[in-house]
Structure formats: C-alpha cells, structure tokens
Design a protein around this ligand. Structure first.
Ligand code: 5AD
Length: 370
C-alpha cells in the first residue's frame, strides 16, 4: 500500500488519484502530511501565480430563494430572515464603488430569486459590461436554463460559480429537498462549460453525513470537470435550518483539501472563503498558505450584509467595503503575499481570448452554422 507521502507525490506529479487512493489519503493522513501537502501546494501556486492573491468583490444582490436546501440560512422556510433585493441603481453603485477601490472582478451572487429572470438580469449584465469593459463579471445565481446561461454570457458575463455541493447522489439527497435534482445541478455545470464560461464548482467540507467516500467522489468529479475555479469552505451550521445542531467542518480538513485541490488543478483559482475566516480568526491567511490564491471581500451595502447569512457568525457583516479591502491587504501582506488589482483570469482565459471566442460564435450564428 502507498504511504500518504507517496500519494501526495503522485497527486502532484500526475494531478490525479484513483477513488481508492483518495479515500486512503483523506482517512489516513497525519498532521505531518497536512503540513507537507500545504508546503507542496504553496510551491505549486507560487510556480503558477507568483505571490499574487486575486481580489473579487461580491455583491449579494438578493437573499430571496425558492429553494429549501437543508444547510442554508437563505432557505425559503427560514421565515425569520428579512428578505431584500437591491435595486439596479444600488447594485451598480456597489460596483462603481468597488471599481474605485481597485476591484476588477464583480461577483453578482444571489439566491434563486424568480424575480431576477433574464428580462431583468440581461440588461444589468450588459450595462456592467459596457460601463466596466476592463472588469470580469462573475455570476453566482444558481441553476438556470441553458438558454438563460447563454443569454447572460452573450450579454457579457465571463464566469459562473455553481458549487456542485456533493458529487454523490445519495449524499446530495440528504442535503437537499426532494424537488431538487443532483442530475440537473451537474448538467448546469456542463452547460456552463460548454457555453464558454470560466466555471467554478465546489463543495462544503464537513457537511452533515459527508464521508471520505463522498469527498473522494468530489475530487474525481472536479478532476473530470476541470473547472477554472473551485469554491470550497467549511460547512458552518445556521440556527434556523434542520442542521442547526450539526458540527461545523474543521479547519484542518478544509486546509488539507484546499492543498489537495491545488495539487490536482495547479492553475485553478481557489478562494480562501469567508466561511474559513468564520471558523478561525486567521482562517483565510491559512487558506492562502495551504494553496488558495483568491479572496472575495463583500461589496454588498453595509445595511444589507446582516441579512445575507448563509450560516451563523459570518464575519465582516458590519464593515464597509473600503475597510474590508484595507483589512484584506494587511492580512495578505502579513503572510508575504500581494493583493493584486486586475481581472485575474484563469490561465488561457484572458479578456481578449474570451472576446475572440464570442465574436467567432456570433459570426457562426449569423451565418446560420449553429
Ligand atoms: N455553511 C457553509 N457554506 C454554506 N453554503 C450554504 N450554506 C452554507 C453553510 N451553512 C455555501 C453553499 C453554496 C454557497 C453559496 O454557500 O456551498 O453553494
């Protein structure tokens, strides 16, 4: 049997492991293996990205959601939440302010809010594309139709974040109500990829009922999908959900898996998440030191932040965006890293490349080839 050190060396060299080896690595690794994995992940991320840490500004523009995911504080059965939707003007204002602060990626995130249909959203994306030609537009709006993803892409969106949540259908069914479908979620990710988005998938670490087997399936799925981004943070319970009494994911597990993702997908854009900063005061710094290379401070208006709570004890809810970016810059400098202004595209996905592909696709459509 391979030692965990051998498995990590193989992962770094070949960027893949079998299901069985993943389970072995996840179950048998020691604290010493965890430090070794972090060290190798740091070397890999430095080789690809140098000392850069990329900045994304997240605008949480609606906390209305039609879904009832068992883990999420925005679930529709949470009647205790003050629901909000940002007006277009407020949303654009958040981006304008973010631009002044140096953000060049805007992440528009929201619950699955039926009010934000294409008719409402496409003009917003198109306006942002025109107003901020040097910025990336990332959407994180959950499951939509192929047609809708295409319309938003054509309007100028570049990236889409949709965590797969778990790659095991049985585990999926324990985290979600019966009206949600694992197959549909996975299909959405492939649709997004096919359209030409830079795609982000991912899962919570330590979600209820999660086993090493499930995590191994997650790693195999990420390998198959080859996403440009992976969003992965610890599960943190929310008091108004069925999982209120469950344990949070641990720092050690999350850091180890971040290192594994870096070794498997060397060029991936990998955030040190707010959830990681919530379970440990220096969680995000430690995430970066374990192989992450993105941070996503909030650009949501201060008076709404307290209502966008996916889990309890979320950090930074009372800060404003200027304070957040200053704090983040200091945190990154304290660990010898540099917060960079710029779009920070996935390797091979520069603004030019995206625009060229899109122009070519538009021409094909005009010629009736598609
Ligand atoms: N703890 C941690 N992450 C959560 N998310 C939702 N609820 C929680 C929670 N309780 C994550 C999900 C979702 C993303 C937007 O936030 O993975 O995809």
């Amino acid at each position: 049997m391979s030692t965990t050190h051998d498995l990590l060396a193989r992962l770094e060299a070949e960027h893949a492991l079998s299901h069985r080896d993943w389970v072995g690595l996840i179950e048998n690794r020691t604290p010493d293996d965890e430090s070794h994995a972090a060290e190798r992940a740091r070397a890999v991320v430095r080789g690809v990205f140098g000392d850069a840490v990329y900045l994304r500004g997240i605008v949480e523009f609606t906390n209305v959601c039609k879904n009832d995911c068992l883990y999420c504080g925005l679930r529709r059965s949470n009647a205790g939440l003050r629901r909000y939707r940002l007006s277009d003007d407020v949303l654009l204002d958040c981006c304008r302010r973010g631009y002044e602060l140096g953000f060049r990626t805007f992440v528009l995130q929201g619950g699955e809010d039926l009010r934000f249909d294409d008719e409402r959203l496409v003009p917003v994306v198109a306006f942002l594309r025109e107003r901020f030609p040097d910025c990336a537009i990332t959407l994180s709006l959950g499951e939509r139709s192929h047609e809708s993803y295409q319309a938003l892409f054509d309007a100028g969106a570049n990236r889409y974040l949709l965590r797969h949540e778990t790659a095991s259908p049985a585990h999926y069914a324990r985290l979600h109500p019966g009206d949600m479908s694992f197959e549909h979620r996975i299909r959405c990710l492939w649709d997004l990829k096919g359209i030409g988005y830079q795609v982000g998938a991912g899962m919570m670490v330590g979600s209820p009922f999660q086993t090493a087997d499930d995590l191994a399936a997650d790693m195999l799925f990420l390998h198959e999908l080859q996403p440009q981004m992976v969003g992965m943070g610890p599960f943190v319970p929310h008091h108004a959900t069925p999982f209120a009494g469950e344990r949070a994911g641990t720092l050690a597990d999350t850091l180890f898996l971040l290192s594994c993702v870096r070794l498997m997908l060397p060029g991936v854009l990998l955030p040190a998440t707010t959830a990681l900063g919530t379970i440990a005061p220096d969680g995000r710094e430690r995430g970066i030191l374990a192989g992450a290379n993105v941070v996503m401070p909030s650009l949501t208006p201060q008076e709404r932040r307290g209502d966008y709570l996916l889990y309890d004890n979320k950090i930074c809810v009372s800060d404003d965006s200027a304070a957040c970016i200053g704090c983040m810059r200091r945190r990154m400098e304290s660990i010898g890293r540099r917060l960079v202004v710029g779009r920070g595209d996935a390797p091979g996905f520069g603004a030019g490349a995206g625009a060229r592909e899109r122009a070519a696709a538009a021409c094909r459509r005009l010629e009736g080839g598609e």
